[in-house]
Design a protein around this ligand. Sequence first.
Ligand code: NAG
Ligand code: NAG
Ligand code: NAG
Length: 480
Amino acid sequence: MDVGVAKATVTVLICWMCLVVPTRGVGANWGTQTSHPLPPRSVVDMLKQSGFQKVKLFDADGDILNALKKTGFEVMVGIPNDMLSTLADSTIAAQDFVSKNVSAYVNDGVNIRYVAVGNEPFLETSNGSFLKTTFPALQNIQSSVIKVGLSSKVKVTIPLNAAVYESSTSLPSGGDFRSDIHDLMVAIVKFLSDNGSPFTVNIYPFISLYNDHNFPIDFAFFGESASPVVDGNVQYSNVFDANHDTLVWALQKNGYPNLPIIVGEVGWPTDGDVNANPMNAQKFNQGMMNHILEGKGTPLRPGPINAYLFSLIDEDEKSIRPGNFERHWGIYTYDGRPKYQLGLKSPNSGSLVAAKGIQYLDKKWCVMKGSAKLNNEQIPASVSYACDRADCTSLGYQTSCGSLDERGNLSYAFNSYFQKNDQDLIACKFPGLSEITDKDPSTATCKFEIMIDVDSAVCWNVVGWWLLILAFLHYHYYAF
Ligand SMILES: *[C@@H]1O[C@H](CO)[C@@H](O)[C@H](O)[C@H]1NC(C)=O
Ligand SMILES: *[C@@H]1O[C@H](CO)[C@@H](O)[C@H](O)[C@H]1NC(C)=O
Ligand SMILES: *[C@@H]1O[C@H](CO)[C@@H](O)[C@H](O)[C@H]1NC(C)=O
């Protein structure tokens, strides 16, 4: 091979690589509504080794942002809905937020690229509480970002639920913004466009299926659909593309055909409903990943899809008003073990690794006492006490613990409360009903968890401080 050919080959190879690069990798939503959070540094290592490149947060937690310093992760920080009215009313509060929670971290090496103003603020269950404050808060945060000179690096957006748009014909081409918030949405879209910011939308095929049991289940996944949706000369074989392109139509009709779109949340839960199980979750999420890896985009938006999986870890303190599945969106369990494999870099090789260095409490469970009778009148009150305060969302019809017998059910509830309270002996004193065991009551499908030990580090700090104070007093006592 002569030098000219070699050079040409190298050039072709390099250019071929440039063409492949635009797939910027997938992100993860890192929520923190958990009673026992994992150490942020372990989570960051786990994310990095598993192949994630972006994270989306729901607030601006200092421990998490510090753990993300100089890691290269692209970060979206969040502003919770309960801060919106303050930020809407006060430019000073907005400036304060941006200086303490954005620029300070950017200067420290956290690669913050987005600020998410609110989280699904126009959800119908919010009763319109944030309709007046979201847009002014967005404007104040945007002005503050401009003021600190970060507006070309940090984009300000609002993660919206897909119900902010609808279709009059049930086809994507009938898409437009919901009539009751149409003008507000157009004003927001114009503002995003003027500032070079993306539209962020959360898309949930699982919810389509959950809300409508006649929904064709194969249309929820990515694959051959028995009955594709035909919209003009476009065919849709999955609801993700159809939903996404309903938004594209809505943007187009209102004059913003090219506004970039970020999929802020997409995912599938693993428990708490008949359709929520690891098999369906893996099928959906791997289908989503393959869709992203192919780089083809949707029929109306060919090209890379910028998306964040929902969610990283199960969150045992989320409200279950939307349904029992709400605490089971994690790709990982509460203690950082992958629930199933997922190929983030290539379709066929799973790359998820577990979190390392996680400490657990002792191998102890709280269960129903062998001698306790099932007709004991204390049972109903005890179970509702435990379930209200801990987590019984794995105990419904066709869920992971749905086939336990009545004694198993009661044990599950007691154990959940006991573990959530860090195996405190007092948390296993249901009157005459409970006892502690070292025999694992788990079954093939139903895991009786042992909680992670989040206090060991804190405890050591407290003990450490006391030792220091004692040493100091000791020194002074003898010195004088
Ligand atoms: C920064 O973010 C944290 C966590 O989300 C929040 O509690 C705090 O109020 C924010 N700081 C300012 C100055 O807004
Ligand atoms: C909306 O209203 C319902 C019924 O009045 C109430 O239960 C719910 O808590 C309200 N939601 C919010 C976010 O205020
Ligand atoms: C176990 O508990 C669940 C949820 O509370 C309930 O639906 C189910 O019927 C119970 N099973 C038995 C056998 O009691």
